[in-house]
Design a protein around this ligand. Structure first.
Ligand code: MRU
Length: 360
């Protein structure tokens, strides 16, 4: 957070921080984002399978949040499985990791977090309890690191924000997509609480309406000025000079600088480029995929009824119509002005600027 923020404001921010996920004594609690903004439902479980289902159903969603939730689900399994034999406990925990890997295919943070936990599972242990202790410790480390990474992204990114900016954001890259604070919304929060008078334009983000339901809810809770538009208004607002910057999150960033994020991000990037509006991506380095090529990335195809209906409730079309429902798209590096991470800001060429963050 900015150094010039007053202690009173800092306290205010901290007290307002939304914790989307929490761990407490062998139980995981989360805000069910499917119910927002109508109901602030908290779900609690000691069952790793229930967490896997919550990720699949998008009760827990957003790249960093699903990585953390998956790690905590493995910690739940470690706590719950009554197994004294180290090898057998290791096998069962690897089984839980494999189940969690199948929950959603696109956000790389899920695989990053599970890889970390699996590496801990596979070490040598003298007892099952020692194994349990290290698995839980690793999951909690991933949890705490996420909060810290988001705070730093905010601090780094807020330097790019000017007093008076109107920032357009897409989907929800906020506290509800991370453990707390958010990536794109972390930058917006840090700028706002450092005293910059900014405004936000949130796109509704069809079909699951994460912008309308979650981003608006988060920002209004803190009194950060926000206006909602439908996805097809982005060109109009940019052509009228109403947007000074775009900041979005990411589900996966490839080393040449391809940004995989919520469907509609690419359209916004093309429009931003045409209208010479800076297009920033804010993400922790856990979102950088140093291995995959663009053709390897699986774009999640979700239930067609998400498109045929409003939030799986009212049909807005002929119920049998054929539809497409890709959940993410790919923005090429040339459209990305800069990538804001907790380790600093990367600019083109991204292969060298992102490589700097790999082992630093
Ligand atoms: O399908 P979702 O809601 O999980 O998609 C989320 C996004 O696309 C976010 O923009 C992304 O995960 C970044 S969150 C900090």
């Amino acid at each position: 957070m900015e150094e010039n923020i007053s202690p009173v404001l800092r306290a205010l921010v901290v007290s307002y921080l939304i914790r989307s996920i929490e761990w407490s004594e062998g139980r995981v609690r989360w805000v069910n984002t499917l119910k927002l903004p109508w109901e602030e439902e908290i779900v609690e479980t000691d069952d790793p399978e229930r967490v896997a289902v919550a990720i699949e159903r998008m009760e827990i969603r957003g790249a960093p949040a699903i990585g953390v939730a998956a790690a905590l689900a493995v910690a739940l399994a470690a706590t719950k499985l009554e197994e004294d034999d180290v090898r057998r406990l290791q096998q069962k925990l690897v089984g839980v990791v494999e189940r969690l890997r199948k929950t959603r295919p696109t956000a790389v943070n899920l695989f990053w977090a599970l890889r970390r936990v699996e590496a801990v599972i596979r070490r040598e242990y003298s007892s099952a309890d020692e194994l349990r202790k290290y698995v839980i410790a690793e999951a909690l480390k991933i949890y705490e690191e996420d909060i810290e990474m988001n705070r730093k992204i905010g601090e780094v990114g807020s330097r790019l924000i000017d007093d008076g900016d109107t920032i357009l954001t897409h989907c929800n890259a906020g506290a509800l997509a991370t453990v707390a604070f958010g990536t794109a919304l972390g930058v917006i929060r840090a700028a706002w609480y450092s005293g910059k008078k900014i405004k936000v334009i949130a796109t509704e983000t069809r079909p699951m309406l994460q912008g309308a339901r979650l981003t608006v809810w988060e920002l209004m809770k803190e009194g950060i000025p926000v206006r909602l538009i439908t996805d097809n208004m982005v060109g109009y607002v940019m052509s009228r000079g109403l947007v000074s910057k775009v900041i979005v999150g990411a589900d996966r960033i490839l080393i040449p600088g391809y940004v995989i994020n919520k469907i509609g991000t690419y359209t916004i990037a093309v429009l931003a480029n045409y209208h010479k509006v800076p297009f920033y991506v804010a993400a922790p380095t856990s979102t950088i995929d140093y291995e995959s090529k663009v053709e390897d990335v699986v774009i999640e195809e979700r239930n067609p009824d998400e498109v045929r209906t409003v939030l799986m409730r009212t049909y807005i079309t002929v119920p049998t119509v054929d539809v497409m429902n890709p959940a993410f798209d790919i923005t090429p590096p040339e459209l990305v002005t800069a990538i804001i991470t907790e380790k600093g800001i990367a600019t083109k060429p991204y292969d060298s600027s992102l490589a700097r963050f790999r082992n630093s």
